[in-house]
Design a protein around this ligand. Structure first.
Ligand code: HEM
Length: 153
């Protein structure tokens, strides 16, 4: 039973990596994507200061974390074991609309660098899904507290 489960996890990983490879996605591309994206984030007049304040002189480790994160998300590489939710809930200056800018910069970076058009869609589907769950953790369900009688809504 355990052996069968292990084998199917291995098979699943191999399948995901073969699919990603058919779109030109590998660790080398993920490294380029992460480097280019955060260069643009840092240069952005609204996003740059949020990241600089939170990250300070830890950019080297942050980029390594993000490469491991995307290798785990896109290649099922199992390299990332961090906690994205607390890393974001502590960012008290971030508003929901910052996510639109984040996603737009990520998409443009993909369009400018991706090895195939399919790779753009592949990353964007995952980024949008994760952005949605981070927003839910940070801000709750949109509209849930609106229009009711709660004074603090
Ligand atoms: C408004 C949008 C966002 C802002 C301002 C933001 C900002 C940040 C900052 C400042 C950190 C570093 C925290 C620290 O090390 O102290 C961080 C970490 C991280 N972010 Fe974001 N982020 C945003 C959206 C996203 C999205 C959409 C994703 C995924 C698709 C993402 C994935 C991550 C991950 C995986 C980490 C590393 C967490 C850890 O293990 O330490 N972020 N983010």
């Amino acid at each position: 039973m355990t052996e069968a489960r292990l084998r199917s996890a291995e098979e699943r990983r191999a399948e995901i990596q073969a699919n990603a490879a058919s779109l030109g996605i590998d660790e080398a591309y993920i490294s380029l994507l992460v480097e280019t994206f955060y260069e643009r984030i840092r240069a952005h007049e609204l996003m740059g200061p949020i990241f600089e304040t939170a990250i300070g002189d830890r950019w080297g480790p942050h980029l390594e974390t993000m490469k491991a994160f995307w290798a785990s998300v896109a290649l099922n590489a199992g390299l990332y074991s961090g906690k994205p939710v607390p890393a974001h809930t502590k960012l008290t200056k971030v508003q929901p609309w910052h996510f639109n800018i984040w996603l737009a910069l990520f998409e443009q970076t993909l369009k400018d660098t991706a090895p195939t058009p399919g790779a753009v869609t592949y990353f964007m589907e995952r980024a949008e899904r994760i952005a949605k769950s981070l927003k839910l953790a940070m801000f709750g369900i949109p509209g849930l507290n609106k229009g009711g009688s709660n004074a603090d809504s």
